[in-house]
Design a protein around this ligand. Structure first.
Ligand code: AMP
Length: 111
């Protein structure tokens, strides 16, 4: 989608620190890390939030957990948090579904 930063990263139009890619997901390093390891697993099709997922998208996304297992292990984090924001009040900044994988230090409470 035009003007979507993650679509541009997926299409190679803007650079990123890519650490993994398959047909459905790309995993990059977050440009503003909140912890020593802060990765973003981005679903490739442009879908803004979980509320916008079709059944077909949801079925394609089941592999996310395999991707998370792989990249977290490869980045040396056995304990980590997954954050996924949906909509304005959640603080979602980029309206293209993605999952933060955060670890490498002791994390505080959710809030
Ligand atoms: P969210 O608030 O859940 O939408 O998270 C968006 C995340 O994307 C933020 O943590 C940003 O730091 C990150 N981000 C934005 N632009 C880029 C970029 N060009 N490369 C890597 N991460 C980015």
């Amino acid at each position: 989608m035009e003007n979507c930063v993650f679509c541009k990263i997926i299409n190679g139009e803007i650079p990123s620190e890519k650490i993994y890619e398959d047909d459905d997901f790309i995993v990059i390093k977050d440009i503003r890390p909140v912890a020593p390891v802060h990765l973003l697993a981005i679903y490739k099709p442009h879908v803004a939030t979980i509320n916008d997922l079709s059944i077909e998208d949801s079925q394609r996304m089941w592999r996310l957990f395999e991707v998370v297992k792989k990249v977290s292990k490869e980045n040396g984090i056995e304990s980590y948090r997954i954050v996924q924001n949906n909509g304005k009040d959640s603080g979602q900044e980029v309206h293209h579904i993605h999952f933060h994988i955060i670890g490498g230090r002791k994390l505080g409470p959710l809030g």
